[in-house]
Design a binder for this molecule. Structure first.
Ligand code: GLC
Length: 425
C-alpha cells in the first residue's frame, strides 16, 4: 500500500460509447434503450483525436500519481481487444485496442496503472435482468431472458479479468463496480466473488483491490474503501482501526462525458476537496469523462490546469502526507496535513486571517515556518520560541499555542499553504 498512500491523488477516467449520447454513463439504463438503439453509438464511436500520451502527461502535470481507466462500464462495451466478445473498440470505427496505448503512455510518464471494470453488463446474453437492466420494464424481454444463466456470465467476467491481468503487464489497482444486493439485485453469489478475487490475487499478487465485490466481511476481501461523491467526517475505520480509503469524485454530476451538465466544481473547491481528503488520511480519485473525439474537454482542462498549477508549488503538502496526530488540532478556517517521515505539517488556509494565525497545541513543536509556495519565512511566537515575531509583543493565546505573523493580504495562491518544520521529538 505504501506507493498508494503516498500518492494520495489519482485520475479516474470514464470513457466509452456513452460519451456519444453525452448525457451520463447510465444513459442506456435511464432511457431503457434496446441493444439495437444503443448500437448506433457502437457504429459511430470514432475517437479520432485520442492521444493517450497527452492524457498521461495531463495527469502527471496535475500532480496525479496513478490513473484508473474504465476497461468496460455497465453497458458491456470493452475498450481493449478482448477475445471473448465482439462488443469491443477494435471492431468499432475506433479500430484498435484503446487500453494498450494508454497503459504504455502511463508507464512512460512514471504513473501507476489502475483498471476500473464493471461487474454489471447490460449487453451480455447471459446477464440476468435486475433492477438496473435497461430492458427491465419490457415484459417480452424479461420473459425471454428467464433462461439466462448468471453462472455463464460469471465465467465470462472471470475470463475478461484474466485477459486484463495477464496481457497488460503489472496492473497496480483494480476498481470493480459494483454489488447491489437486495431485491432484483446482484451480490457475491452472482459474481462468484470469492473465486474471482482468488484469481485476481493469483494473477497479480501486488494488485490493490477495492471494496465492491460484496466481500466486506470476508478476510482479505478488499484492500481499500471507496466512499463515492462524499467527504467522510473522518478517516475510514473498520473493526475500530484506520483503513486505507479513497474517495472518487467527479468535476460535475456525471462520470461519463455529459455535455449539458452544469454543476462543475471550481478549482478552489477541488483543491480544498483534495486537501481535506488527505487531512483525513485518504486518497482522492478525481474523474475525467473524455469526449467521443477522445479529448478532455475545456471545462475539464481548465480545472486540471488550475489544480496542476497549485500542485506544482504545493504538492509537498499532499504527496506523502496524511492525517496529523490527534494532539495537532485542526487549525481555525484551515486544514492540516502531516508528513511524518519529513517531520513537517502543512496548514491549508481556507480563510486568510489579517495578521496572525494561532495554532493550538503547537507551541514548542515548531522550529521554522514558511509559506510553501515561495518559501518566505513566517515569524512566530509560542512557548519556547520567538523568531522576531514582534519583539516585546506577547500573544494572548493559550500557553500551548503557536502564533504566526502573516502578511495582511492573502498571497496570490488559490489555497495558501503554511509549511511547519517540526522539532524532532
Ligand atoms: C457509480 C456509478 C458508476 C460509476 C461509479 C464510479 O457506481 O453508477 O457509473 O462508474 O460510481 O465509482
Amino acid at each position: 500500500m505504501t506507493w498508494w498512500t503516498e500518492a494520495r491523488f489519482g485520475m479516474f477516467i470514464h470513457w466509452g460509447l456513452y460519451a456519444l449520447p453525452a448525457r451520463h454513463e447510465w444513459v442506456r439504463s435511464r432511457e431503457r434503450q434496446s441493444d439495437e438503439a444503443y448500437a448506433r453509438y457502437f457504429a459511430r464511436f470514432d475517437p479520432d483525436l485520442y492521444d493517450p500520451r497527452e492524457w498521461a502527461r495531463t495527469a502527471r502535470r496535475t500532480g496525479m500519481k496513478y490513473v484508473v481507466v474504465t476497461t468496460k462500464h455497465h453497458d458491456g462495451f470493452c475498450l481493449w481487444d478482448s477475445k471473448l466478445t465482439d462488443f469491443k473498440a477494435p471492431l468499432s470505427p475506433a479500430g484498435r485496442d484503446l487500453i494498450r496505448p494508454l497503459v504504455d503512455a502511463l508507464r512512460d510518464e512514471g504513473l501507476r496503472i489502475g483498471f476500473y471494470h464493471s461487474l454489471l453488463d447490460w449487453h451480455h446474453p447471459e446477464y440476468t435482468v435486475d433492477r438496473f437492466h435497461p430492458l427491465r420494464d419490457d415484459p417480452a424481454f424479461v420473459e425471454g431472458a428467464r433462461g439466462r444463466d448468471i453462472g455463464r456470465y460469471a465465467d465470462y467476467l472471470a475470463g475478461q479479468i484474466r485477459e486484463l491481468l495477464t496481457e497488460y503487464g503489472r496492473i497496480d489497482t483494480l476498481f470493480l463496480d459494483y454489488s447491489f444486493p437486495g431485491p432484483e439485485g446482484k451480490c457475491r453469489e452472482d459474481w462468484r466473488s470469492e473465486r474471482l478475487l482468488a484469481l485476481i490475487r493469483e494473477l497479480q499478487p501486488e494488485i490493490l483491490v477495492n471494496d465492491r465485490l460484496d466481500l466486506l466481511d470476508f478476510p482479505g476481501g478488499w484492500d481499500y474503501r471507496t466512499p463515492e461523491q462524499f467527504m467522510p467526517r473522518e478517516g475510514f475505520r473498520f473493526d475500530g482501526r484506520p483503513v486505507p480509503w479513497e474517495t472518487c469524485q467527479t468535476f460535475s454530476g456525471s462520470w461519463g462525458y455529459d455535455r449539458d451538465e452544469s454543476t462543475w466544481k471550481s478549482v478552489r473547491q477541488l483543491i480544498v476537496l483534495l486537501a481535506e481528503t488527505v487531512s483525513k488520511g485518504g486518497n482522492l480519485l478525481l474523474n475525467v469523462g473524455p469526449t467521443g473525439r477522445g479529448l478532455f474537454d475545456n471545462r475539464a482542462m481548465d480545472r486540471l490546469r488550475g489544480i496542476g498549477e497549485w500542485m506544482s508549488l504545493n504538492g509537498r503538502s499532499i504527496h506523502g502526507c496524511g492525517q496529523a496526530p490527534a494532539e495537532f488540532p485542526k487549525p481555525p478556517n484551515g486544514l492540516l496535513t502531516y508528513n511524518a517521515a519529513a517531520g513537517r505539517a502543512y496548514v491549508h488556509v481556507l480563510e486568510w486571517p489579517p495578521g496572525v494565525l494561532t495554532l493550538d497545541g503547537l507551541a514548542g513543536r515548531v522550529e521554522y515556518a514558511q509559506l510553501l509556495h515561495d518559501a518566505s519565512e513566517l515569524p512566530f511566537v509560542g512557548a519556547g520560541g520567538e523568531t522576531g515575531f514582534m519583539p516585546g509583543r506577547r500573544d494572548a493565546g493559550p500557553s500551548d499555542a503557536l502564533t504566526l505573523r502573516l502578511p495582511v493580504r492573502q498571497p496570490d495562491v488559490e489555497v495558501p499553504v503554511i509549511e511547519l518544520f517540526l522539532k524532532r521529538p
